[in-house]
Every structure is written in C-alpha cells, then in structure tokens.
Design a protein around this ligand. Sequence first.
Ligand SMILES: [Zn+2]
Length: 89
Amino acid sequence: MCLGCGARLPKREMLRIVKTTEGEIKTDPTGKLNGRGCYVCGKPECTALLRKKRKLSQSFGCEVPADTYDRISTEINEWLTENGGQNIE
Ligand SMILES: [Zn+2]
C-alpha cells in the first residue's frame, strides 16, 4: 500500500523504501533488501506527502532527517525516470 495515497498496486508498480538492519534508509528497486519496508506509488504528490507528513518517520518509528527525505525524493524521481513506475523486475 502506498504511504502517500494508500493505493494498493502490484509490488512491481511501486517502489520499496527500506530501513536496513543497519538503520540506513534507502530505496530498494529490487525489493530484496533485508529490513523493514514500505512502498510508494511514485506519484509526485505522494513523494511530496512523504516529506510533508513525515511518513517515513511514522512508518519506521524513528527520526528521519531532512537530508534523507531529500535523497529518497531524488531516488524516487530517478526510479520514475527509468521505469515510469511500471514493470519493475
Ligand atoms: Zn501514492
């Protein structure tokens, strides 16, 4: 389920964001990293909501610094550019 809009889409059409066992927060286009994960659908408004509502902090139960939100937003945009939010393998 998308953290922003709550849409339920196939996993390959969403981008996983994971908090690794080392406590690092990163996007996980392969969906294979260990750790606690959540998903975004890639719509710009959902990416904006992540930051505005501090959704990653809520989802992972920890403080997420602003620069992490910056990095995640950039990575979401790169993922969209590469995949159009579709057909991730
Ligand atoms: Zn969404």
